[in-house]
Design a protein around this ligand. Sequence first.
Ligand code: ZN
Ligand code: ZN
Length: 174
Amino acid sequence: MRIELENLEGGKSDFAHVYQPEDLNPVDERVKLSGPATVNGKIRLSANEVFVNGHVDTRAQVECDRCLKPVELPVSADFELEYISGSEYESSAVAELTEAEMSVSVFDGKAIDVDEIVKEQILLAVPTRMLCQPDCKGICPDCGIDKNTGDCACGANKVDPRWAALKNLTGGKS
Ligand SMILES: [Zn+2]
Ligand SMILES: [Zn+2]
């Protein structure tokens, strides 16, 4: 959903939308939506800037860092954003202001892309490190078995190649 600024009556508007997971998936390579995402908020125009604030609610699926199993978690985020158009950004007065307020984004001056806002808020709300359980054993790099559900003999049988060479030198006696 894009909000065209020239259609805003009185320079402001409320917005609300429900995204189905397939509208936004994949959010990025490790995050997917597992339920609808509800967004609602307000948009307000001032002379040089656009202010957008609102709230996102959804359920996300994030891959476990070790075994890649999807972990589901609720996401609930409030946002408060400020946009200036590219041409305003180039004028030095606004550039100074931008340095002071790091939450300012640059846009094309015509429309605000709500899809992008929702995706960004979901990514900000999801932890950067994710484990399905605190002691997840991960995946065996040799046979690919999920070590949480079964054991393999790869680690036990593996002989360090340097020791194997030494063993050959001594005629294999052990
Ligand atoms: Zn895991
Ligand atoms: Zn294995």
